[in-house]
Design a protein around this ligand. Structure first.
Ligand code: TYD
Ligand code: MG
Length: 462
């Protein structure tokens, strides 16, 4: 039975054809058809009819505890959900040069003391990896190293009888399967290579790391195809020029998502940062206007960061709105609410907003802190010292409840803060025993009057 090895699949609608075409006949999209390796549902001539009957079971029943390989790098283990699960595939995405290879070399070196680890580099020569290992002071670790790009060779080498615990493929964009004609790095190659490697990892029960470079559009190459194939997706991010690096879980079948691990890039590799709040607030000047400390949550962990704003008269007819580390859409919403509901106009002013330290915040709970920074910059009045701020702002000017207030306040108290601006609590539940003065803000206008001592904003309006 002759079977073609490849087929052509539209990446937009999923229609499959035997020949390549510039335009998909099914959905009409242009340039979406790519070559893929054909999958055989029934290998070696078996028909799907001959499939095995499934054993259905109840929802209740004993479940085995998932065994996990713990690296001992606490920031890494937490993001993985408590360690690596055998047979799982983990994709680590990030900009080139951010430190993915460094992190994984440190991880496998740690794991090498307890199991068999393999590092396959498709990007760097053996000598380069060895030099890095020396720099990281892990050259003594029992890591089996190889430089290879052919998936066929890798499969042949890994499919032996001896057990492997962890395999790193750095990076998936350099790997190729020889049954496809397209070049390494194309969607078809990335997908086919990943599929083969993941299948082997599941069969042989080793944890597989795939390094993936992020394209200019911020996606792991191959329109997110890889994200669906793996069990865990981690992003390694950081601002260029900062040495903080944040490892973020965006998908995890074996643990929580939205957990972060914070690292600092040093001249001897990545060092764990176990108290990120202290680091993000290290360079804070207490008494300047235009800054507010936001008590945020990253997964289960409270993180305090400084939000800075600068409002300045604009020389342009269309004033600038620049945001680093936060959502520009939410800034527009807050300026609109300030203008329409609180009489604080930012028209004709350039607005710059920055989350200090290179962290990206995506919680709506940061609204109130951003508004406080904006108002403080506008009135040139500092936010009261040692104050943390959190709360979501609604379009009707109301300040809404956010989750995990207690954890936020506890962290603030731990770092020496004495006051908090927070949403009005519905129930007067105890906020732990945090020794903070709690200032409940029900309406955004209340915050404006608190930070606008001599009412200059409202006088201007009158
Ligand atoms: P790398 O791990 O090669 O990045 P990626 O694999 O994501 O492309 O990291 C490269 C950068 O990290 C490079 O600019 C040098 C820097 N670095 C350090 O600052 N200290 C170190 O100990 C190491 C190994 C790298
Ligand atoms: Mg690398």
């Amino acid at each position: 039975m002759a079977k073609s090895h490849t087929r052509y699949v539209c990446q937009s609608c999923g229609a499959s054809t035997a020949r390549w075409a510039g335009r998909c006949e099914s959905c009409g999209a242009w340039n979406t058809i790519v070559e893929e390796a054909a999958e055989n549902l029934a290998p070696k001539g078996q028909s799907a009819k001959g499939g095995r009957k499934l054993d259905f079971v109840d929802l209740s029943g004993a479940t085995a505890e998932i065994p996990r390989a713990v690296t001992g790098i606490a920031e890494f283990d937490r993001v993985c959900g408590g360690g690596l699960v055998p047979g799982s595939a983990i994709l680590i995405g990030g900009d080139p040069g951010i430190g993915k290879s460094t992190l994984l070399l440190q991880v496998v070196a740690r794991l090498a003391t307890r199991g068999s680890t393999i590092y396959i580099s498709g990007e760097e020569a053996i000598d380069q990896v060895r030099l890095r290992a020396k720099r990281l002071k892990v050259e003594g670790a029992q890591v089996a190293l190889a430089a290879a790009t052919s998936v066929r060779d890798i499969l042949a080498s890994l499919d032996g009888t001896d057990h492997k615990d962890v395999v790193v493929i750095d990076s998936i964009q350099t790997m190729y399967v020889d049954t496809l004609d397209s070049a390494p790095g194309t969607v078809a190659q990335v997908r086919a290579s990943a599929q083969e490697l993941i299948r082997l990892a599941k069969r042989r029960g080793f944890a597989l790391f795939l390094v993936g470079h992020v394209t200019k559009e911020g996606m792991i190459a191959g329109p997110r195809v890889l994200e669906h194939m793996v069990d865990t997706v981690l992003y390694f991010e950081g601002e260029r020029g900062h040495h903080f690096r944040i490892l973020r879980a965006v998908k995890n079948r074996f643990g929580p998502t939205d957990e972060i691990g914070v690292f600092e890039m040093t001249d001897r590799g990545l060092a764990e940062v176990s108290n990120p709040s202290a680091l993000f607030l290290a360079e804070r000047r207490g008494d300047v206007s235009g800054a507010a400390v936001f008590a945020g949550m990253e997964g289960t962990r409270p993180v305090l960061v400084e939000v800075q704003a600068l409002v300045a008269p604009s020389p342009f007819s269309t004033p600038r709105r620049q945001v680093v580390g936060w959502d520009a859409g939410r800034l527009a919403m807050i300026t609109a609410v300030l203008d329409a509901r609180c009489g604080v106009s930012l028209a004709g002013a350039d607005v710059f907003l920055n989350v200090a330290g290179g962290l990206k915040i995506n919680e709506p709970a940061a609204d109130l802190a951003c508004a406080a920074a904006l108002i403080s910059s506008l009135t040139q009045t500092p936010v009261p010292p040692d104050t943390v701020v959190f709360g979501e702002i609604g379009l009707a000017c109301e300040v809404r409840q956010v989750g995990q207030s207690e954890a936020r306040l506890k962290e603030a108290a731990k770092l020496g803060f004495s006051k908090a601006f927070l949403p009005k609590r519905r129930r007067k539940q105890a906020m732990g025993d945090a020794p903070l003065e709690l200032v409940e803000i029900d309406q955004l206008a209340e915050l404006v009057s608190r930070l606008d001592g001599d009412s200059s904003l409202r006088r201007k309006r009158a």
